[in-house]
Design a protein around this ligand. Structure first.
Ligand code: GMT
Length: 375
C-alpha cells in the first residue's frame, strides 16, 4: 500500500505513535509518505520506503495568522495525486481530519477517491475538541472520516457520548517495541542521578497542566521524608517553570532533576524505580507503557484509559487524581517491599509484552486499512 500519514511532528504521544506506525509499515514494504510542518522527531535517519513532505506555509500581509489547515490540505492533494496514495491516515483530529475531508471533497470533483482514517489520541476529544467553537467541526470530521480508531475503550466511549456520534470506532491500543524498551543495566546513569543509593522516581511528559507534573513533585516531598529519593523529570512544556518554582519552594530542588527533552529514554527509565503518571486526563498513557516495558512499576491516577493499561496491585498502583498522600504511600510501599516490587516489575514487563507489543498491534492497523479500502 501507499499510505499518507499526517501527525504533529513534536514530542507528543500522537506523533510518536504515528511515526512508529509509519516506520513499521515501511519495514513491511509499504510506502509511507509523512505530511507535516516539520520532520517527525523519530525520523532521524534515512529509512527505506519513507518519504517526508513538508507543508509549506505561505505568508502574505493579509494573513496575520498562519493558514496551516489549508496549507496542509493543499499538500495532501499534491501528495495524494502525484504519489498515487491509496489512503490517508491522520493522527489527532484537529485540524488534520478537517484538512483530509476538504482534500477528499476537492478530489471528488475529478472523480478521484481519497479515503482517510482518523486516529483519535486524547485531548483532541477530551479537551480542545470540546471547546464550543471546535466541537461541531470535530464531530463533523469524525462522522465524515472513512474510518476512525481510538487508542482506548475509554476514548471511544467519550467520543460517542460527548459528540453524540453513532459510528463504528475501532479501538487500537498504543503499542511498543519491546526489543527496544526492555529491562537493561543502566548503572552509570543511575550513579549519576542517585550517587548515594537513593531511590528514583521518574516522570515523562510535555509538561502541560493536564499532566499535573506538580503532583509528582509533591509526591517526592512526602516520600523523601521517609526514604532518600530523587525525582527525574523528562520533557518540557508550559508547566516547567512552575515545577521548578515549586521544587524550590518545597526546598527539594536538589532532588528534582530536570532533564528536558531526551531521546535516550530507555537508559533513563532503566535507571529508575517507579514511574509516576498523576494526570488529570489521559486517554491511554504511552509513556507509562514505555516504563512498564522496561519493568518499571507505575503509580498513576485513575483517569481515562489508564486503568486499561496499569492494573492496580499488579503492574503498579492507581490513586484518585490529586491524592498525593496515597501516591506517596504507594511509592514508599514499593521502595520498602522488595518482593512486591519485583513482582510488580515482572508483571509490568509481561503486560507490555503480552498486550502491547508492536508485533501484535500493528497487524490490527493493516487489517483496518484493508477493511476501509475494501468498504
Ligand atoms: O491528546 C494529547 O494530549 C496529545 C497526545 C499527544 O500528542 O501527546 O497524547 C495522547 O496520545 C497518546 C498516544 O496515543 C496517549 O498515549 C496519551 O494518553 C494521550 N494524552 C492524553 O490523553 C492527555
Amino acid at each position: 500500500m501507499k499510505i499518507g500519514i499526517t501527525c504533529y511532528p513534536t514530542y507528543g504521544g500522537s506523533g510518536v505513535v504515528a511515526t512508529e506506525l509509519g516506520l513499521a509499515l515501511a519495514s513491511m514494504g509499504h510506502q509511507v509518505h509523512f505530511i507535516s510542518y516539520a520532520m517527525p522527531h523519530r525520523l532521524n535517519q534515512f529509512y527505506e520506503n519513507i518519504f517526508f513532505h513538508e507543508v509549506e506555509m505561505s505568508s502574505y500581509p493579509l494573513f496575520e495568522h498562519s493558514l496551516y489547515g489549508l496549507s496542509l490540505t493543499s499538500k495532501m492533494l499534491e501528495v495524494f495525486e502525484f504519489e498515487d496514495l491509496d489512503l490517508m491516515h491522520v493522527h489527532y483530529a484537529i485540524p488534520h481530519a478537517v484538512s483530509a475531508y476538504l482534500a477528499r471533497q476537492v478530489l471528488r470533483k475529478s472523480k478521484k477517491n481519497l479515503k482517510f482514517i482518523t486516529t483519535l489520541h486524547g485531548t483532541d476529544i477530551t479537551l480542545v475538541g470540546l471547546e464550543p467553537s471546535f466541537m461541531p467541526l470535530v464531530k463533523f470530521s469524525i462522522e465524515e472520516s472513512d474510518g476512525v480508531t481510538a487508542v482506548s475503550r475509554f476514548l471511544k466511549e467519550k467520543t460517542l457520548t460527548n459528540y453524540n456520534i453513532e459510528k463504528d470506532i475501532e479501538v487500537i491500543y498504543n503499542f511498543i517495541d519491546v526489543e527496544k524498551f526492555k529491562p537493561q543495566e543502566s548503572e552509570i546513569f543511575r550513579k549519576h542521578i542517585a550517587p548515594n543509593g537513593e531511590k528514583v522516581l521518574v516522570h515523562t511528559s510535555n509538561f502541560r497542566v493536564v499532566k499535573r507534573v506538580t503532583d509528582a513533585i509533591r509526591v517526592l516531598a512526602k516520600v523523601k521524608k521517609e526514604i532518600p529519593t530523587k525525582l527525574v523529570l523528562i520533557g518540557d512544556g508550559p508547566d516547567r517553570s512552575e515545577c521548578e518554582r515549586l521544587a524550590r519552594e518545597l526546598d527539594i530542588h536538589k532532588d528534582v532533576i530536570f532533564l528536558g527533552k531526551q531521546d535516550g529514554l530507555t537508559e533513563i527509565l532503566n535507571a529508575s524505580d517507579v514511574f509516576l503518571m498523576p494526570s488529570q486526563s489521559e486517554s491511554f498513557g504511552l509513556s507509562a507503557l514505555e516504563a512498564m516495558a522496561c519493568g518499571i512499576p507505575v503509580i498513576s491516577s485513575s483517569v481515562g484509559g489508564l486503568p486499561e493499561l496499569n492494573i492496580h496491585n499488579e503492574t503498579g498502583y492507581i490513586a484518585e487524581i490529586g491524592d498525593i498522600d496515597r501516591m506517596a504511600k504507594y511509592a514508599i510501599e514499593l521502595f520498602t517491599n522488595e518482593k512486591r516490587y519485583n513482582n510488580f516489575s515482572k508483571n509490568a514487563r509481561e503486560r507490555a509484552v503480552k498486550n502491547f507489543d508492536k508485533k501484535l498491534v500493528l497487524p490490527k492497523y493493516v487489517e483496518y486499512y484493508e477493511k476501509i479500502l475494501n468498504s
